[in-house]
Design a protein around this ligand. Structure first.
Ligand SMILES: *Cc1c(COP(=O)(O)O)cnc(C)c1O
Length: 429
């Protein structure tokens, strides 16, 4: 497509956008009586209007049924997670049995590593991306220590080459192959939170399996953002939070994926709890843990109805959109437009003031564009906020902008470019 840097062109794209109306399902924060252009859905997605209604419904169930709510009402709590499983499955490319909503992300990362990081004296290493989200670094370090190994020798980090910002797939697979028989676990992000790079998850999985390792992914920035085929790619396990691209609210419930090939493996360790016990027998309260089949068997505590209700509300917009494919189509164009717009700003300023570090290739990124501001980045970012554009700031000089296909428009992207240019002219003159 030949993009044009003008309002009429942006508005024409919005007119032709088959899912433009989904924007109306969300509540935008306001400043001085005007809604923000919200480009921060990679950090916390917007509130769906349906959230309050769904939450209210569950508060009513609690009020009207109290403890009987577990088995009564339109959505008995005992089985409520099954409604979510059906909606989560198409988002990550899995069967409903392979996914389950539970806990929060880092907690699930730990629980899944208990099952899938099973180091031996000779095969004990974990391979991961350098500069992974800190929670993942801490979780992995502490798991390694828990098993009596030293993170300095047990963790292999794959870093970008000198002068580059993103990872090359051949470097990732080479690192896996090189330490092949020492690697117990390959644990990568799906989309890197800082650069927005989407890794070739299928290639990583193949390389990991060829080396004899287990392969897992943290999909915090990938789930609800890019099309995933966790089952077909043969990934062993994954987890994600639902409050970023999936709009389930601050601290929203996490989702896990366990590949069906592991369902009958009785040797897997688990940190078990009563809610992972076989559903039909759970209330017999018997001694000796017997897991429910599938991802449900990793549940620990009783189901979190309120956070699940919020996730349910937001999953309804994905359903309305037709799940990931239509969203991804729009996302690719939106993000490409943002690339063009930022380049236009640089051109108008006569220098590369904003260096894009997100991969240019659509297949290597999701709905995020990260830019390094060469000068006064913090002030530029603050001025964007003053002018009703809410992106997100990462020290020391990175601005992340995420046009989210569910609720952002081409006009949002165009206007952001115009403001960025005006602000830069004022601050940098
Ligand atoms: C956002 C994010 C987290 C946050 O974890 P919580 O347990 O939900 O606080 C963890 N890992 C990655 C990669 C993230 O992007």
């Amino acid at each position: 497509m030949n993009f044009e840097n003008n309002l009429a062109f942006a508005q024409a794209l919005d007119q032709a956008d088959p899912i433009r109306d989904l924007r109306q399902d969300f509540l935008f924060p306001q400043q001085n009586g005007k809604p923000f252009i919200y480009l921060c859905g990679n950090s916390l997605g917007l509130q769906p209007k349906a959230a309050r209604e769904v939450l209210d419904e569950q508060l009513n169930n609690w009020q009207n049924f109290a403890v009987e709510g577990w088995f009564e009402g339109e959505t008995p709590w005992m089985f409520y997670h099954k409604e979510l499983k059906k909606l989560m499955a198409p988002i990550v490319g899995a069967s409903a049995a392979e996914v389950c909503p539970m806990n929060t992300l880092t907690v699930n990362l730990h629980l899944l590593m208990v099952s899938f990081y099973r180091p031996t004296a000779s095969r004990f290493k974990i391979i991961m991306e350098a500069g992974a989200f800190p929670s993942d670094q801490y979780a992995i370090e502490s798991q390694v220590r828990f098993h009596g190994f030293d993170p300095a020798t047990a963790i292999i980090e794959v870093a970008p080459r000198e002068g580059e910002y993103t990872l090359r797939i051949e470097d990732i697979t080479a690192a896996i192959t090189e330490s092949g028989d020492e690697i117990a676990l390959v644990l990568f992000g799906g989309v890197n939170y800082f650069t927005g790079q989407w890794f070739d998850m299928e290639a990583i999985t193949k390389a990991g399996h060829a080396a004899g390792a287990v392969v897992g992914f943290d999909l915090a920035h990938a789930a609800g953002n890019v099309p995933l085929q966790l089952h077909d790619w043969g990934i062993d396990f994954a987890c994600w939070c639902s409050y970023k691209y999936q709009n389930s609210g601050p601290g929203g419930i996490s989702g896990i994926f366990v590949h069906e090939k592991h369902f009958s493996d009785t040797t897997l360790n688990r940190f078990a709890g009563w809610w992972g016990y076989q559903e039909q027998q759970r209330f017999k309260m018997e001694k000796g843990f017997v897991p429910e089949a599938g991802a449900d068997g990793w549940q620990v505590s009783c189901t979190q109805v309120m956070p699940m209700a919020l996730y349910y509300a937001s999953l309804q917009s994905f359903k309305k959109a037709g799940f990931i494919a239509p969203l991804r189509n729009k996302s690719k164009t939106l993000t490409s437009y943002l690339f063009i717009i930022i380049n236009e700003v640089n051109k108008a300023l006569g220098e590369e003031q904003y260096k894009i570090i997100t991969p240019l290739t659509q297949a290597d990124r999701g709905a995020q564009v990260s830019i390094i501001a060469k000068q006064k980045g913090n002030e530029v970012f603050e001025q964007l906020i003053v002018n009703n554009v809410l992106g997100d700031w990462r020290e020391p000089n990175v601005i992340r902008l995420s046009p989210v296909p569910l609720y952002n428009s081409y006009e949002d992207v165009f206007t952001t470019g115009t403001l960025l240019l005006d602000i830069s002219k004022k601050l940098l003159k």
